[in-house]
Design a protein around this ligand. Structure first.
Ligand code: C2E
Ligand code: MG
Ligand code: MG
Length: 643
């Protein structure tokens, strides 16, 4: 069960601190009036006004004390009421002694007594935060006291009242002004300081704390790991990922999801165990550091799994959580935060692939492949924005005369620390997580711009072929993306060829047919890449508007590898060339690496070829040189006998 949420009244919290001193101050002031009433008034010193006002003040103070004692939350009302009532009483007394009493030395004493209490009220109204109305009351009364004083001074100037009273009045008023302004300034300063100190605290809190669960966040985790590694204190890092959490969010909603995360966080946090430190990494990923014996890490992880597995009741739904936990050890497995997390993450991933709900210690031999995959996947998210991608162009030339007819666009990625990462490694990752869509669009636009530039320089029509992954091709706006790329580069559609694999073509054939017809209508050419490795149905070659078949390099390799049944490769290539002839399609042989392969393919009647023997993929300037070169290979008569 989730603990009930506790409501905290934010506003009342700071004032409540004043309750205790006021419960002491109010009765003390009441006692002062009681003494005045019992001894001062009967002695004949007290005025007529005192006889009425002292009992009133006494009752007010006692009444407010009782109110404050019984209802602590009434502190603001109590103080404001008291400031108002007592200020009014003192204002009345000042008017009484100055204008209604005989002007004797006795007046000075009464005045001093009155002016003694006024600052006490002012200070009271200013000390407690948020007491705006009490503050305003005290300012208004301060102005009224000054006004009464002024009227008295003007009157005294005309009727020649005792000078002693005038001087005393001036002194007391000036002392009050000093106190008033200093208090005002001091309180302002104090409030500002308190505010900035508490803002600083809140900021720190926010920076180090995850808002949803209240657990320390990644930043705080880094600090803790850093200080542990600085002290060389061994620990186990437990990477915890809730199983199927997305399903909870999707089926029961985000509120239930959030409650489940909060409860999971509560269970991972062991306030009673000082050896454990739990933090939330992101989403449904948590990290627990266990500062225990390395051998205990598995036990700790299993205990956490078991504590997570108790059902949670959230918003009327019963949610059962399981998790996958990967463990890495400091210092055995790694010495820096990043690596420790990566290792534990990879081990966690292996747990997931074995069926979830389990614990696993990182093992280099098994987990490093997954780790590399995750590392590449993470780095790939930044690759485009960090400008780490580029494109190379591999010439495709005629096997008859060696002249370059097309250039295939191939993506290249160089990461600052991982170095150059092969397209065969990162393209499948990007296809798996959908990043291929922006990457592919980027490559397509780059190729169109480049073709336009080459066209401007050479004045020759040029064809760039661009690889398009099945996922990219399946996007509803794919044809629009192609159209926009062409328009943006001002490139004729006849200069662009799209390379699709058989897999992409055979998926949702009706949709594919419609797209291909639209592309054909635009004037864009279509090539089937890696032909022979995918689906065996050949009917699509007849039914779809395809211009070119690219025979996969594995068959070309087999041509010259005696152990790998060259007859089959030869038969397949012959058959493909035959079909292509009938259907009037172009044929490209991919991966030509030797002169022998080149000659065999030419003899078989293959139109075009591509491969390291002819040219490796080239940067734009070199690709331009290859494009304008008379031929990429020497005619047969000039071949070296060694090849
Ligand atoms: P692909 O489209 O079949 O491209 C040909 C691949 O074979 C390229 O590898 C090229 O460098 C390589 N190659 C060319 N000639 C030879 C040769 O003689 N011998 C050998 N062993 N290899 C040769 P690369 O650049 O590593 O690309 C691998 C695959 O990644 C490509 O295969 C393509 O499927 C994919 N790819 C590359 N760029 C893109 C892109 O922009 N978008 C998409 N969707 N896929 C791309
Ligand atoms: Mg290709
Ligand atoms: Mg290919």
């Amino acid at each position: 069960m989730l603990p009930p949420t506790t409501q905290v009244d934010q506003k009342s919290a700071p004032e409540i601190e004043w309750r205790r001193p006021l419960l002491f101050a109010f009765p003390a002031a009441a006692l002062a009036f009681l003494i005045g009433l019992l001894f001062d008034v009967p002695s004949g010193q007290g005025t007529l006004y005192d006889q009425i006002s002292y009992p009133l003040a006494l009752m007010l103070l006692l009444g407010f004390s009782v109110a404050l004692w019984r209802r602590p939350i009434l502190i603001n009302t109590t103080v404001t009421g008291l400031v108002f009532a007592m200020s009014a009483l003192f204002l009345g007394k000042l008017v009484f002694i100055l204008f209604l009493m005989p002007q004797t030395q006795h007046v000075q004493l009464e005045m001093t007594e009155t002016f003694f209490w006024i600052p006490a009220l002012q200070v009271l109204s200013f000390f407690i935060p948020h007491l705006r109305s009490a503050r305003n009351a005290s300012i208004i009364f301060f102005a009224l006291f000054s006004l009464v004083t002024l009227v008295y001074l003007i009157k005294a100037a005309f009727d020649g009242t005792s000078q002693g009273i005038v001087y005393a009045l001036l002194e007391l008023n000036l002392a009050n002004v000093v106190l008033f302004s200093v208090t005002n300034r001091f309180i302002g300063f104090k409030e500002k300081y308190v505010r900035s100190a508490s803002e600083y605290d809140t900021m720190r809190q926010l920076l180090g704390t995850d808002l949803l669960t209240g657990l320390p966040n990644r930043q705080r985790l880094d600090e803790v790991i850093k200080s542990a590694t600085a002290e060389q204190r061994p620990f186990a890092l437990l990477f915890i990922d809730l199983d199927g959490f997305k399903l909870i969010n999707d089926t029961l909603g985000h509120i239930v999801g959030d409650l489940a995360l909060q409860e999971a966080a509560r269970r991972l946090q062991h306030p009673s165990d000082p050896h454990l430190f739990a933090a939330r990494l992101s989403g449904d990923e948590f990290i627990v550091l266990a500062f225990t014996e390395p051998t205990d890490a598995q036990t700790t992880a299993k205990a956490l799994l078991s504590s997570l597995s108790h059902p949670i009741l959230a918003e009327g739904h019963i949610v059962s959580l399981t998790a996958s936990i990967g463990i890495s050890l400091y210092p055995e497995d790694a010495s820096d935060t990043q690596e420790l997390i990566q290792h534990a993450d990879a081990a966690m991933y292996t747990v997931k692939s074995y069926g979830k709900n389990g614990v696993r210690r990182y093992e280099k031999a098994t987990d490093s492949a997954i780790e590399r995959l995750k590392q590449v996947e993470r780095a790939l998210t930044q690759a485009m924005t960090n400008g780490e991608l580029s494109v190379m162009y591999q010439p495709i030339c005629s096997l008859q005369d060696g002249v370059v007819r097309k250039l295939e666009t191939l993506l290249r990625w160089t990461h600052p620390t991982l170095g150059s990462i092969s397209a065969t490694e990162f393209i499948p990752i990007a296809e798996n997580n959908g990043q291929i869509i922006p990457l592919g669009t980027w490559a397509l636009r780059a190729a169109c711009h480049q073709a336009r530039r080459w066209n401007d320089i050479t004045g020759l029509p040029i064809i760039v072929s661009v690889n398009v992954s099945p996922l990219q091709f399946a996007q509803a706006n794919f044809v629009d993306v192609v159209r926009e790329a062409l328009q943006e580069a001002d490139l004729p559609a006849s200069s662009l060829e799209i390379e699709l694999t058989e897999g992409a073509v055979m998926r949702r054939i009706d949709m594919v047919k419609a797209y291909l017809r639209e592309l054909q209508a635009l004037g864009v050419k279509i090539a089937i890449d890696d032909f022979g490795t995918g689906y065996s149905s050949l009917a699509y070659l007849r039914d779809l508007p395809i211009n070119c078949i690219k025979i996969d390099q594995s068959f070309i390799r087999d041509l010259s590898t005696p152990r790998r049944a060259p007859q089959f490769a030869l038969a397949l290539i012959e058959a493909v060339i035959g079909i292509a002839d009938t259907l009037d399609l172009q044929v490209v042989a991919e991966g030509i690496e030797t002169r022998k392969q080149l000659d065999m393919l030419r003899d078989l009647g293959c139109d075009l070829g591509q491969g390291y023997y002819l040219s490796r993929p080239l940067a734009e300037d070199a690709a331009l040189e290859a494009f304008v070169a008379p031929a990429l290979f020497a005619p047969r008569a000039m071949q070296s006998p060694l090849n």
